[in-house]
Unconditional design. Structure first.
Length: 70
C-alpha cells in the first residue's frame, strides 16, 4: 500500500556503499515492506526512487524530516 508524504528536512539514502545522497524537499510516495521503505518522487522531467532501511524511515518520521500525509 502506498502512502503520500512530504520531505521537509534532511533525508538521505545510499547507493550501494557510496556516499549519502540527499532527497530533495517536496512530495514523495512511499511503499513499505517488513525491511525497507521505497521513496519515489518527480523533479521536473526526472523521476527518482530510493530504498532506505525501515528503521531509518521511522527515525526520519519521528524526527519530523518526513511528514506523512493522511
Amino acid at each position: 500500500m502506498s502512502q503520500n508524504a512530504q520531505i521537509i528536512g534532511k533525508v538521505e539514502y545510499r547507493e550501494g556503499d557510496g556516499q549519502p545522497m540527499p532527497i530533495r524537499p517536496g512530495p514523495v510516495e512511499i511503499e513499505t515492506t517488513h525491511n525497507d521503505a521505497t521513496l519515489s518522487w518527480t523533479d521536473g522531467p526526472t523521476h527518482g526512487a530510493a530504498a532506505i532501511p525501515l528503521s531509518d524511515f521511522k527515525r526520519y518520521v519521528a524526527e519530523g524530516a518526513i511528514r506523512l500525509l493522511h
